[in-house]
Design a protein around this ligand. Structure first.
Ligand SMILES: [Fe+2]
Length: 168
C-alpha cells in the first residue's frame, strides 16, 4: 500500500487547527526524522512507519489537556495511542503499521527500552526540535548527546544545530 504522507500532514494540521506551536513542532520533527531515516538507509516500510509516527507522536497532548488539564508525558502515553489508531485507521493505513505507530506514540518519552531504528530516530528528531523549543542549556544538550543519540546522521545534525552550545 502506498502511503500518502501529505494526507496525514493535512489531517494532523486539521487536528491541531489554530495551535500553530504544536503544528510547527510536528512538521519540524517529521522533517528531521525523514532526513535521518533516509540517511540511515531505512527500508521503505520502516521509513513509512517513522514518518507517520513523527507526524502523530504528540497527538495525545490535545486529549490530555482537555481531560486532565495537563500535557504531562504520563497522560499522553495513556491518551495518545488510541487517538493515533483512530486517525490512522480512518485514513486507511494497515493494521501492522497502525500497531507499531501507536506503540511509538505511547513510548516516545521512554528512553530506556528503545527497541528499533524507527523508535531511535523518532526520539532523536524530537530532541533536535525540543532542545531549541525548550531552551535547553549546554549541559543538558551534552547529556542528551551522550545518553540518547546513536545514529551517525542524528548525531551530526545535533552537533551542527547546537554547534555553539556544544563548543564544537
Ligand atoms: Fe514532540
Amino acid at each position: 500500500m502506498v502511503i500518502i504522507m501529505e494526507t496525514l500532514a493535512l489531517e494532523m494540521i486539521k487536528y491541531y487547527a489554530g495551535d500553530i506551536k504544536r503544528i510547527n513542532h510536528f512538521i519540524k520533527v517529521h522533517g528531521y526524522a525523514k532526513a535521518i531515516g533516509e540517511a540511515e538507509g531505512l527500508s521503505e516500510r520502516e521509513q513509512s512507519i517513522l514518518e507517520a509516527a513523527a507526524y502523530v507522536h504528540d497527538i495525545g497532548i490535545k486529549v490530555s489537556e482537555q481531560k486532565y488539564g495537563s500535557s504531562a508525558g504520563h497522560y499522553q502515553e495513556i491518551e495518545g495511542p488510541s487517538e493515533a489508531e483512530r486517525l490512522l485507521a480512518d485514513l486507511g493505513y494497515d493494521a501492522e503499521l497502525i500497531s507499531r505507530v501507536s506503540y511509538l506514540v505511547g513510548h516516545h518519552h521512554t528512553y530506556s527500552d528503545i527497541d528499533g531504528i524507527d523508535y531511535q530516530i523518532l526520539v532523536e528528531a524530537d530532541f533536535l526540535v525540543n532542545i531549541n523549543e525548550d531552551n535547553m542549556d549546554a549541559a543538558a544538550i551534552k547529556s542528551v548527546r551522550e545518553r540518547i543519540f546513536k545514529t551517525k546522521s542524528g548525531m551530526e545534525m545535533l552537533d551542527n544545530l547546537y554547534k555553539t552550545e556544544l563548543g564544537k
